[in-house]
Design a protein around this ligand. Structure first.
Ligand code: ADP
Length: 502
């Protein structure tokens, strides 16, 4: 393949070296191997449409090979002293820190997000999360159980499950990889990671750091390829003991079905969202408007927790809408390496068309477009750029209001009273996250209790922390990542009975 065309930017040598190393292969048993499928696919820069790399496409036989490697590595890794597993994860975090600039550049090239966001947001959070989970490795405890029988000593052990399959999306490629990898490895599982086909590069870069850190062969395996055949082969594989998935609700349902009809492997699903964000009239309106703006438009709305439905108390509706319009119109839409950029491109042209179709549906369905929703021309026509769109609407049945768009589209509406607010805010199949802005502490807590969502932010939006459990209600999925809950996701409980009578 010819060298990829890169934007005018002072790239790290490591980034250039990585990109110039020819077709990317599969990472199995700590080695780079050609795909048995003989197939490859291309990953592209969403800001320009240009090909960044040619990548191996893992077929069923490749999934078999990775499962065999991970299964062979499992007993040794499970029985490794827990603190040593943790030490390797800490070492990996140090290596990621050393390579953070190159990893951030690759993330921006492959995903499109502003380099500032990749460098100051994604990368520091990757290592924070990894270190937090590394710390759990030697703190996974069982308990002793006071049973009703005499002379029985009963205790529990938390044991790893075996080979974990992890299938992740393209919006936070390296971060999602680490969310899965950290707790799975800390708990003593081995893993097969499949990055999204749109953004495989940082996971592949990570593979070399895994070798350098000293992980034994087969503990981490990385397979690249699309949902079909690669992801589907993993979900249906009898040798995979658990499947961890982050992505769309539709694919989550397929994964659960494949798990059910193969070996009944447990799944954890972190799926879509259509999160309500509420501004009461008594809120600090400047903060609330700024918060609402970033809640939906950070990462161009390509974020599962995006606060895409904004409910505003009627008394301040016009004021909030006006403030939002002014703020949003100041947001710079450009490629991720531009000097000033707030909103990067959408991930693919298909995604751009999808988002545009929701915008058209909103307009035709009677919602009023307040600003944005236009494609960028002038030197940006080959990229998937869209200006942030703000709608004012009344009809909750619009698809634009009900469905996850995964693009820069905010749907803003007025509410009059509490019961109406809670009913409308909960009238969605999703339940990932919610926000509320008010100075009334009691009302904020009432809202947090009434809303059906796995995370609620009061006077803030979008904070995520390695220690704070994260996951969905309703069709946003189940299982909690982060915190100790993440360790529970990657372990199973064994109860041991010891007869202590003579
Ligand atoms: P998004 O809408 O964020 O692209 P998807 O749910 O389509 O989310 O994709 C998330 C991940 O799921 C990707 O790694 C993708 O390759 C994978 N995937 C897509 N379809 C399937 C499938 N049928 N089985 C398993 N994995 C799949």
């Amino acid at each position: 393949m010819a060298k990829p065309a890169l934007p005018d930017y002072n790239f790290q040598q490591a980034t250039l070296d990585f990109l110039s190393k020819g077709p990317k292969q599969l990472f199995i048993n700590n080695e780079w191997v050609a795909a048995q499928s003989g197939q490859t696919f291309e990953t592209r820069n969403p800001a320009t449409g240009e090909v960044l790399a040619e990548v191996s496409l893992a077929g069923e036989a490749d999934v078999d090979a990775a499962v065999a490697a991970a299964a062979a590595a499992f007993p040794g890794w499970r029985d490794t002293i827990a603190a040593e597993r943790g030490a390797l994860l800490f070492k990996l975090a140090d290596l990621i820190d050393q390579h953070a600039d190159a990893l951030a550049e690759l993330e921006t090239l492959d995903n499109g997000k502003p380099i500032r966001v990749a460098r100051r947001g994604d990368l520091p959070y990757v290592t924070k999360h990894l270190r937090y989970q590394a710390g759990w490795a030697d703190k996974i405890e069982g308990s002793t159980v006071p049973v009703t029988f005499p002379n029985q000593f009963v205790y529990t052990r938390r044991e790893p499950l075996g080979v974990v399959g992890a299938i992740i999306p393209w919006n936070f490629p390296l971060l999602m990889a680490i969310w899965k990898l950290g707790p799975a490895l800390a708990a003593g599982n081995t893993i097969i990671l499949k990055p999204a086909e749109q953004t495989p590069l940082t996971a592949l870069y990570l593979a070399d750091l895994i070798v350098e850190a000293g992980f034994p062969p087969g503990v981490v395996n990385i397979l690249t390829g699309p949902g079909l055949p690669t992801g589907a082969a993993m979900a249906a594989h009898h040798g995979i003991a658990k499947l961890a998935f982050t992505g769309s609700t539709a694919v989550g349902a397929k994964i659960m079905e494949a798990a059910a009809t193969s070996n009944l492997k447990p799944v954890s699903l972190e799926l879509g969202g259509k999160s309500p964000n509420v501004i009461f009239a008594d809120a600090d309106l400047n903060a609330a408007v700024r918060g609402a703006q970033w809640a939906v438009f950070s990462t161009a709305g390509q974020e599962c927790v995006a606060g895409t439905r904004l409910f505003v108390e009627r008394a301040v509706y016009d004021q909030v809408l006006d403030g939002l319009k002014q703020n949003v119109e100041k947001m710079v839409v450009d490629h991720g390496f531009a000097e000033k950029v707030h909103v990067g491109p959408l991930i693919t042209d298909e995604q751009l068309s999808r988002v545009m179709s929701y915008i058209d549906e909103g307009k035709q369905g009677g919602a009023e477009i307040i600003t944005g929703g236009e494609r960028l021309g002038n030197g940006h026509a080959n990229g998937n750029f869209l200006t942030p769109a703000v709608f004012s609407y009344e009809d909750d049945s619009l698809k634009m209001v009900q469905e996850e768009i995964f693009g820069p589209v905010a749907a803003v509406t007025a509410f009059d009273d509490w019961d109406e607010l809670i009913e409308r805010a909960n009238a969605t199949m999703y339940g990932l996250a919610a926000g509320v802005w008010t100075k009334d502490v009691a009302r904020a807590h009432h809202y947090a209790h009434a809303i059906q969502a796995g995370t609620v932010w009061i006077n803030g939006y979008g904070m995520i922390d390695p220690a704070a459990p994260f996951g969905g209600y309703k069709m946003s999925g189940f299982g909690r990542e982060m915190g100790k809950e993440a360790i529970n996701l990657y372990t199973q409980v064994k109860t041991v009975w010891v007869n202590t009578s003579d």
